[in-house]
Design a protein around this ligand. Sequence first.
Ligand SMILES: [Zn+2]
Length: 57
Amino acid sequence: MKELHCKDVGFDCKGVLRAENEDELLKQAADHARTVHNVKQLDAATVTTIRSKVRTV
Ligand SMILES: [Zn+2]
């Protein structure tokens, strides 16, 4: 499983996302950012940050 802690990306948030693989995790991150943080679209820099913070669990 892949896991992303939202706070690792720089948000003040306790959210933890989990998915089978990194691509699915990125989709969840995009959904989470939109619904929780009101971020309409993840920019390239944020996606790079997310990819660097993904943990394998
Ligand atoms: Zn969050």
